[in-house]
Design a protein around this ligand. Structure first.
Ligand SMILES: NC(=O)c1ccc[n+]([C@@H]2O[C@H](COP(=O)([O-])OP(=O)(O)OC[C@H]3O[C@@H](n4cnc5c(N)ncnc54)[C@H](O)[C@@H]3O)[C@@H](O)[C@H]2O)c1
Length: 461
């Protein structure tokens, strides 16, 4: 029998197998087809890219989840003009009552809900809010935002917007059919450096954009404590999933510099690799009573550091890294590079042809001198107040202020539902790529082609 020397299979069956594979490859969708394979928009649904909701003079606000993050949102929102707090909900009675008391002291009379996993649904029905803020564990974001929009409210959600691509489509479809905003609250887009770089990019200081780098590198092993803490539910995600699980803080601002999903360019495809998983198990063993004893036996699947690379529709590149496990200093990288120069963060640096000696980084006083010239108008208008009001150096306050301002003026928000999905999709797409040993994953086009006519975010004055 005529056998193929590299296998013990008979040659005819080898050729047949090869033939089948080639036919299979020919029938695989091309990249463009895969990306275009978006579920069609429901009849009567409307594209929400530049959506402006009717003006609301008074905004009836409710919040779900007042743990670490939500309690801060509740107290900051309670102080904003035009906000009337109608409801507050947390599974945990102590947290719900503590936030409820704080808000009542600020002059509101919210109904307080606690103790039931579906208490938030009762709150939506009984209090009929205009806007619902969601700050709960990741897996609850999609059902809660969908519930809020279906009940007639705009949804504002913590990061990431959702965990799976399917949930993201459900959120897009619900926003489009209900005509309600669904914004993931990426607070880092309101950082002083991020707004400054956006302003410089918009003024053409970097020439044509080529490449960006973003990250969330933050040693959060200290959050691995049991009970009701943030770490209790986040640790289970690290254990079960292997990818770039928290991409949006670094990515959001860089994506807006590049106007991805807004007229100029869009997310194309992504490849991702994770390092071995060592740090979480090591920490669980080492930290004695600090960690939940059950975690000592948990098989941590997620690699300590994930590196994902995105190719955009125009062929630009964007590196996104994530590591909440390793002993190294905090960084979001915040780097954007163009034909005339580069802006970077952590520490703040610039190298711009004609403006600095671009063979060295301009840092410290030299960086500040250029920054003063390009300070973003929103920082000029609100920077001092936001520093006083605080929340990650003022960016949280600025974000909530802008949400309320846009709703009251009936203007489009600074971040739309499609951007929220594109940025969050790095999570599941990186998991898929890692599982397939780095195979490229096309981004779904959540806009169904409408990104081409969506305005880039302007300079918010
Ligand atoms: N943007 C930022 O800078 C930033 C910072 C920290 C956390 N976050 C995000 O905020 C969200 C919350 O994180 P956290 O650190 O506050 O976590 P947390 O564990 O401190 O708070 C979550 C809260 O949700 C409540 N909850 C859980 N299930 C509920 C249900 N069914 N109904 C009502 N309440 C429920 C919990 O009781 C808890 O109080 C996450 O999405 C996280 O990624 C964002």
């Amino acid at each position: 029998m005529n056998s193929d020397p590299t296998t013990s299979k008979p040659r005819r069956s080898f050729i047949k197998t090869l033939g089948g594979l080639t036919a299979g490859l020919a029938s695989l969708p091309t990249f463009a087809q895969a990306q275009a394979a978006a579920p069609s928009r429901a009849s009567g649904a409307k594209y929400m890219g530049d959506f402006a909701a009717p003006k609301l003079d008074k905004i009836k606000v409710a919040i779900i989840g007042v743990g670490n993050r939500g309690s801060g949102h509740a107290s900051q929102l309670a102080g904003l003009e035009g906000v009337e707090f109608v409801g507050i909900c947390d599974l945990n009675e102590g947290r719900a009552k503590r936030s409820g008391d704080g808000i009542t002291t600020a002059g509101h009379s919210p109904k307080v809900y606690f103790g039931e996993a579906n208490g938030w649904r009762k709150m939506l029905t009984e209090t009929r809010p205009d806007a619902v803020f969601v700050a709960t564990p990741w897996e609850l974001h999609a059902p809660m935002c969908i519930g809020a929009m279906t009940a007639g409210a705009h949804a504002f959600c913590e990061v990431p917007l959702a965990v799976t691509v399917e949930e993201m489509w459900d959120l897009v479809n619900t926003s489009e059919t209900t005509g309600r905003h669904c914004m993931m609250m990426e607070n880092v887009n309101y950082g002083r450096e991020e707004l400054l770089y956006l302003n410089m990019v918009r003024q053409g200081v970097l020439g044509e954009l080529l490449h960006g780098e973003a990250a969330y590198i933050h040693d959060l092993r200290g959050e691995m404590v049991g009970g009701n803490s943030t770490g209790s539910w986040r640790t289970l995600h690290y254990a079960k999933r292997n990818g770039n699980l928290y991409p949006t803080h670094g990515l959001g601002p860089v994506a807006q510099y590049m106007s991805l999903g807004r007229g100029e360019d869009n997310f194309g495809r992504l490849v991702a690799f994770s390092s071995p998983s060592k740090g979480r198990a090591r920490h669980a063993q080492k930290s004695g009573n600090l960690t939940d004893p059950a975690w000592k036996n948990l098989a941590f699947k997620g690699g300590d550091i994930n590196t994902s690379i995105i190719k955009t529709t125009l062929g630009r590149t964007l590196m996104v890294q994530w590591d909440e496990t390793s002993p190294r200093p905090y960084t979001r990288l915040n780097l954007i590079q163009g034909t005339k120069g580069t802006l970077a963060g952590f520490p703040n640096r610039m190298a711009i042809e004609g403006l600095t000696n671009h063979h060295d980084w301009a840092q410290g006083a030299a960086w500040e001198a250029i920054a003063a010239k390009y300070e973003h108008p929103l920082i000029k208008r609100m920077g001092e107040l936001s520093k006083k009001m605080g929340g990650h150096g003022g960016m949280d306050f600025l974000m909530l202020f802008r949400i309320v301002e846009c709703l009251r003026k009936g203007e489009p928000l600074d971040q739309n539902v499609y951007e929220s999905c594109f940025w969050s999709a790095v999570g599941p797409l990186s998991e898929q790529s890692v599982a397939e040993d780095g195979m490229p994953q096309p981004f779904p086009d959540f806009t169904r082609g409408n990104w081409k006519t969506t305005k880039p975010l302007g300079i918010v004055a």
